[in-house]
Design a protein around this ligand. Structure first.
Ligand SMILES: Cc1cc2nc3c(=O)[nH]c(=O)nc-3n(C[C@H](O)[C@H](O)[C@H](O)COP(=O)(O)OP(=O)(O)OC[C@H]3O[C@@H](n4cnc5c(N)ncnc54)[C@H](O)[C@@H]3O)c2cc1C
Length: 331
């Protein structure tokens, strides 16, 4: 639940920002495209969501092509990116604005979400609409249908169990795997959101900086460690992250200082719920352990892009929900 910080729950650990990575023509691209307008509306009109606009720069190093992080950011790094007409102020950086060792780059206006404010705000919106929120653990997806507060069996279950869809009974999707992300949350202000395509330390390490809205601190990252389930921060990696972020954005600390000038709030580890084949939004009728048939709509596998695909994905889920329940009454 919002407020919890544990390794089974990826959402609080995200930065989170909007840096599109979906390949053109894929469902993910559509979800990202359809999500931007709502994130922009929340940032413009509802400060209580903890979302603000952030100028962002994306740096590309030629040597990162083909590395784990280079592949992750492949679409993001393009000068003719599909999202250049979606986000405001997209431009290609001239050579004069590129730091040493960087071969190209783009800049645009994105958003950064303070997840510590945004997740409780989402829960509050549900409560306002009459949703009954309960804690519980389902060992089989069909169990969820019996958890409805009315005491009756639910007509429909929406499966948003993230990484747990790998092991959850009735789902057990072997395409799901973790990509570990480690971050350092600091009080320092970088004055810009910045990302670079790779590092010289390891091909699955990355460098990114984002300032959260409303005093949420600044997130320094990171890495994309495939199939790594380790929940505890690696202190050596933390030092590499802090050093690299200062190199990327010297304004983080007073001139002449080192990582000791970073004012640390917390070290964090989150597991991105990745899925080979991408996000799964699909209807399935699943037989429970006692043979009962349960309507399930899956919505998992959001990897490192769960916020930036959220509203587009939800629209796709809603269409399936409407299709499934019509003409039956909704619970
Ligand atoms: C370090 C890091 C940085 C990231 N940065 C960004 C970013 O900048 N932008 C972006 O868009 N995305 C980012 N992401 C990705 C984003 O956080 C995820 O894609 C998103 O949070 C996934 O949300 P989810 O609801 O699918 O999964 P989760 O948040 O993991 O939620 C799954 C929920 O299901 C519950 N659950 C699981 N199994 C069961 C069960 N059997 N019974 C009951 N409940 C169950 C869990 O308790 C949990 O509450 C980042 C992720 C990480 C780790």
């Amino acid at each position: 639940m919002p407020g919890d910080y544990d390794i089974e729950y990826a959402s609080p650990w995200a930065g989170a920002n909007y840096l599109p990575v979906g390949k053109p023509g894929t469902a993910s691209e559509g979800y990202e495209r359809n999500t931007w307008p709502e994130l922009a509306r929340l940032a413009s009109e509802l400060p209580e969501t903890g979302i603000h606009f952030q100028d962002t720069v994306i740096y590309r190093r030629a040597k990162d092509v083909g590395t784990a992080t280079g592949a992750w950011f492949a679409e993001l790094l393009r000068e003719d990116a599909w999202f250049k007409d979606v986000v405001p102020n997209f431009r290609v950086l001239p050579k004069s604005e590129l730091p040493a060792g960087v071969d190209g780059g783009t800049a645009f206006t994105s958003v950064c979400i303070n997840t510590a404010l945004y997740l409780p705000w989402l829960a509050s919106q549900c409560l306002k609409l009459g949703v009954v929120i309960k804690r519980g653990i389902a060992s089989h997806i069909a169990d969820a249908a019996d958890m409805h507060h009315s005491g009756k069996r639910a007509d429909l279950v929406v499966n948003c169990t993230g990484l747990s869809s790998l092991k959850l009974g009735g789902v057990e999707d072997s395409n799901v795997y973790p990509a570990r992300g480690q971050t350092v949350l600091v009080r320092n202000d970088p004055h810009v959101m910045a990302t670079v395509s790779g590092t010289d330390d390891a091909s699955d390490e990355a460098t990114y900086i984002m300032q959260r809205a409303a005093g949420g601190g600044c997130v320094l990252g990171g890495c994309l460690q495939k199939d790594n389930w380790e929940s505890q921060p690696d202190p050596n990696l933390a030092i590499r992250i802090m050093k690299r972020c200062i190199e990327l954005c010297p304004k983080l600390i007073p001139e002449g200082k080192g990582i000791e000038a970073l004012d640390i709030v917390r070290h964090g580890v989150g597991l991105r719920p990745m899925r080979t084949g991408g996000i799964r939004i699909e209807r399935e009728v699943i037989a429970g352990p006692n043979g009962e048939q349960v309507n399930v709509i899956h919505d998992y596998g959001h990897g490192g892009y769960g916020y930036q695909t959220s509203y587009g994905a939800s629209q796709a889920v809603q269409a399936l929900v409407d299709e499934t329940l019509r003409p039956k009454a909704r619970l």
